[in-house]
Design a protein around this ligand. Structure first.
Ligand code: HEC
Ligand code: HEC
Length: 351
């Protein structure tokens, strides 16, 4: 529960427009983006926020701007290093990040671990290109997916129809609670009801949003709601549209299923990879990576248990893994309805 509250607390901080007081290098990031970078630090080094940050001794509240800890100062030097490496060696693109060296550890390995495991023989010259030539075209892989979920009409319904769903949400910490989802006309409202109550809801729409917590109702600006929408979109199944530049880039096995991996840019700083089951055509996984100045930040969604809903095959188990444990979780749907109408007052902030 603590983690979920923390994830919400970050959002609440965003809506309150918390001022950044002592940010020297990671400038020009919104609070939300900075929060994502911080989550990526903890995941990259395998530590918690308190590895670098201290609390105020009197109030016990976090004092994030405080530079008391040596680790925070070292981290700032490391930020410098990463910005320089990307600028000087990779044309300013985000290639190197904290994870590149740290691999989830406080201290990166300074030497090869012995004994060295057997190294497979080198592939003959040109073998890789020859194999790539046997890959199918991305548009054929996507077409097979669209057929598998019920055809063009089904894909359109999935992308645009109002949706009402009920699920059990199992959090990163294993705690489960009932969840409802209402989606219509570009707005999404989700509500969870923890056992200890009260229900907590969040709504993200094109013009803004709101969220409720124990502290009351917070209003979100359009920009913050768009960021919230990005986070909830991780739970949405693939609706069948990809850029023309999409390519099959790899062949991989997930839980014994052979998959075609399709890579596509979403925009200049965001990429996605979709893993299509080579046999059924269904999407088993999607990985989205967003560039930050100090590394790429991934979000992975796994789709399982596809069932028929009004002529559309929809995954009933959706697992999302992010660098923030509190935002990670599994949705096991008990019911999904597509079509129909949703009472518009659903999307209005509670009084
Ligand atoms: C590896 C060290 C490290 C970890 C772990 C870390 N931070 Fe930071 N954090 C920093 C550094 C360094 C800065 C200052 C960046 C700069 O100067 O550009 C910072 C800045 C911040 C700020 C802005 C403070 C201000 O000056 O107003 C916030 C808020 C923050 N961190 C929150 C978090 C949270 C929440 C976590 C845990 C999820 C976290 N940090 C984990 C190193 C860390
Ligand atoms: C080029 C490789 C590399 C990259 C990239 C890198 N680090 Fe490091 N980092 C190191 C090495 C090596 C050490 C350990 C130095 C030693 O053992 O004395 C270290 C140590 C640290 C420490 C001190 C750990 C401790 O136990 O006190 C912190 C904090 C840290 N790095 C944070 C970061 C952050 C945050 C990033 C991303 C902004 C980052 N590092 C990126 C190589 C890297």
């Amino acid at each position: 529960m603590r983690k979920l509250v923390f994830a919400l607390a970050i959002l609440a901080a965003v809506s309150a427009r918390a001022e950044q007081k002592n940010v020297q290098l990671l400038t020009n990031l919104s609070d939300w983006q900075l929060g994502g970078v911080m989550d990526n630090f903890t995941a990259s080094l395998g530590v918690h926020c308190d590895f670098c940050h201290v609390r105020n001794e009197q109030t016990k509240a976090w004092d994030f701007p405080n530079d008391a800890k040596q680790e925070k100062k070292t981290a700032r030097e490391m930020i410098h290093l990463v910005l320089d490496v990307n600028e000087n060696n990779f044309h300013g693109h985000t290639v190197v990040g904290c994870y590149t060296c740290h691999l989830g550890k406080e201290s990166p390995s300074l030497a090869v671990a012995l004994p060295v495991p057997p190294i497979p023989p080198s592939k003959p010259e040109g073998a890789e290109e020859a194999e790539h030539k046997t890959y199918p075209a991305a548009k054929d892989v996507v077409a097979k997916y669209v057929t598998a979920i019920g055809g063009e009409e089904a894909a359109k319904k999935l992308a645009t129809s109002p949706m009402t769903a009920k699920a059990t949400r199992i959090g990163g910490n294993g705690q489960s609670m009932p969840l409802e989802v209402y989606r219509s006309g570009g707005s999404v409202m989700t509500r969870v009801t923890p056992a200890e109550g009260p229900a907590m809801a969040q709504m993200f729409g094109p013009e803004g949003g709101w969220m409720t917590s124990r502290q009351g109702v917070h209003t979100l600006s359009a920009a913050d709601a768009a960021l919230g929408m990005t986070a909830t979109r991780a739970y949405e199944p693939f609706s069948g549209s990809l850029s023309d530049k999409a390519r099959v880039v790899d062949k991989q096995t997930i839980d014994g299923h052979e998959t075609w991996v399709v890579g596509a840019a979403i925009n200049e700083h965001t990429r996605q990879r979709l893993y299509f089951d080579a046999t059924t055509g269904l999407v088993l996984r999607r990985v989205i990576t967003m560039d930050s100045p100090v590394g790429r930040i991934p979000t992975q969604t796994d789709f399982e248990d596809y069932r028929d809903v009004a002529g559309v095959k929809v995954p009933f188990t959706v697992r999302v893994a992010t660098v923030n444990g509190g935002q990670s979780g599994t949705r096991k749907y008990t019911s999904i309805e597509l079509g129909g109408t949703i009472d518009p007052t659903m999307f209005e902030a509670p009084k």
